[in-house]
Design a protein around this ligand. Structure first.
Ligand code: FE2
Length: 304
């Protein structure tokens, strides 16, 4: 007997519900004034990503920036960043990273009341909530999460207990195998964050940045998604590092600026990663066969 084609093997196919929330995440921008040999082009990289996002048919409901906005935490760089965000004219919010300085960022925000910034740690979208927490503290390169922050996060999560919640922080609370930047899983800040999140079923996803590569994992049974960077990307060589014998391995390489899109779907959230559009369109949806050939391609012969 001939097997049924796979498409007929089930009465029910994919049920797609309306995506109810779309959040774009930008991370690790490292903006500096022009002229910096490594980071001087990061403002332009941010502009390219925002141009890409603005070209989409559906615009995000909110952009969340997860830290390391300014390479040197200086007010001039924050002004440049805020100017770019204001021109995009999309609502945005932010949490800070280890390169940031709260005072300078807040001062530059106060100068630009119409830049689209949404203040506050808790943002509510009908049945979803985005909660921001700060894991940065001068002069630490790694994470910092003290009792005060733990108490604040506990109160914020209590206020959104009835909502599916995304938690945005800068530092991943997990190691991903990049020895030069991974946190110690036994560090105090990770233990404290873990105590805060244990049993918090409302938290559907932790989104973070810091390591400049796209990655995923889990923490206290909560999925963790790490957004790649606007600044130059990291190099995902997962071989063990011998700190006694520097091997000259790449850490940061040249590559396109990247972002993440988090969208809610049937009570869960999924993530799509993208890079700034830098090239020509090769295929476009033409409404009939799915893929319309646009440029430089030879149309295959179709048997009739
Ligand atoms: Fe960072």
């Amino acid at each position: 007997m001939r097997a049924k084609p796979w498409a007929e093997s089930s009465d029910v196919g994919c049920i797609v519900e309306e995506f109810s929330l779309l959040i774009a995440q930008l991370s690790d921008l490292h903006v500096t004034p022009a002229g910096d040999p490594i980071s001087g082009g990061n403002r332009e990289r941010l502009e390219k990503v925002l141009d890409t996002i603005l070209g989409f048919g559906r615009k995000p409901d909110l952009i969340v920036v997860t830290g390391d906005i300014a390479e040197h935490g200086d007010i001039e760089s924050y002004r440049l960043f805020i100017d770019v965000m204001a021109k995009a004219a999309l609502p945005w919010t932010a949490t800070l990273g280890n390169h940031d300085r709260n005072e300078a960022f807040s001062a530059s925000l106060a100068e630009a009341p119409d830049c689209g910034f949404r203040a506050g740690r808790v943002h509510i979208f009908e049945e979803w909530a985005l909660v921001l927490a700060d894991t940065s503290a001068e002069p630490h390169h790694g994470g910092w999460f003290d009792e005060g922050r733990a108490g604040q996060l506990a109160r914020d999560l209590a206020s959104t207990a009835h909502l599916s919640t995304l938690l945005a922080i800068h530092h991943p609370p997990i190691a991903i195998g990049l020895d030069w930047i991974d946190p110690d899983p036994d560090s105090d800040w990770i233990k404290r964050l873990g105590e805060c999140l244990a049993g918090q079923a409302q938290v559907k996803l932790i989104i973070c940045g810091h390591v400049h590569v796209a990655a995923s994992g889990s923490f206290k049974e909560i999925p963790v998604t790490i957004c790649p960077s606007i600044a130059q990307p990291g190099w995902p060589d997962l071989s063990p590092l011998d700190r006694e014998r520097p091997d000259g391995r790449p850490l940061i390489i040249e590559g396109p600026p990247a972002f993440a899109l988090h969208h809610s779907y049937a009570g869960r959230v999924t993530t799509v990663f993208g890079t700034a559009r830098t090239g020509e369109v090769l295929f476009a949806y033409d409404g009939t066969r799915g893929l319309g050939i646009v440029k430089g391609m030879v149309e295959p012969e179709v048997s009739r």
